[in-house]
Write a protein that binds this ligand. Structure first.
Ligand code: IMP
Length: 210
């Protein structure tokens, strides 16, 4: 399937994470796409039983498209740390425990890096990965992937982002994502890169004044 979204189209965003919802609204608003969230639609958060970012994104998008009757966009994302074999990866949210505590998750990453003697920036390479899945209410799906490479610092710095932002410094910058203005992060993030692929394939028209 190749689905196209034009100005005025409705799109259900299959996320309950307020930080991500805010980013999606910022990214989609200029194209005049009406964003409604899974929470507003009363669609519960599914258990993420997939073993890859793709499987988890598809699971969330398909459930939300079925429930809403309009196309649904889901992302599955996370932090992949090279020295930790790609962990926490699809388990990024779960490393924060319940209730979510990302300081604890960042501390766990740091402890595991210290245990491996990973102290130099080269040994602390990491990337954020984002896979977007767009599903129509019939269940057909399209995927778009984006990454942003960088390294991890300790202690955490900045309070502007969410999740692991305070320990991630993207290549070419000195600030962490937690210290960066949201507009700057949105221009270079994994979600922005995945969104650029989504935009090229799916969105019609130009960014306007909506
Ligand atoms: P999920 O995609 O909702 O399963 O969760 C992804 C998790 O990865 C989030 O809860 C964050 O911990 C982390 N994550 C994803 N994107 C970002 C980001 O842009 N900044 C910081 N952490 C992120």
């Amino acid at each position: 399937m190749t689905l196209r979204l034009r100005r005025g189209s409705s799109l259900a965003v299959a996320s309950h994470n307020q930080g991500k919802l805010r980013e999606f609204r910022d990214l989609l608003g200029p194209y005049g796409v009406k964003v409604v969230s899974a929470g507003e639609l009363g669609v519960p958060e599914p258990v993420e039983t997939g073993e890859t970012f793709e499987e988890n994104a598809q699971l969330k998008a398909v459930i939300t498209a079925f429930a809403s009757g309009v196309p649904a966009l889901a992302d599955d994302s996370g932090l992949a740390v090279e020295a930790l074999g790609g962990a926490p990866g699809i388990h990024s949210a779960r490393w924060a425990g319940e209730p979510r505590d990302f300081y604890r998750a960042m501390e766990r990453v740091e402890e595991e890096l210290q245990a491996k003697g990973a102290t130099s920036p080269e040994r602390r390479r990491a990337k954020f990965v984002c896979v977007l899945c767009l599903a129509n209410p019939m269940g057909a799906a399209q995927f778009f992937e984006g990454t942003v490479e960088g390294h991890l610092v300790w202690p955490p710095r900045g309070e502007k982002g969410f999740g692991y932002d305070p320990i991630f410094v993207p290549d070419g910058y000195d600030q962490t994502f937690g210290e960066m203005d949201p507009a700057k992060k949105h221009a270079i993030s994994h979600r922005a890169n995945a969104f650029a692929a989504f935009h090229a394939a799916v969105l019609e028209g130009d960014a306007g004044q909506d």
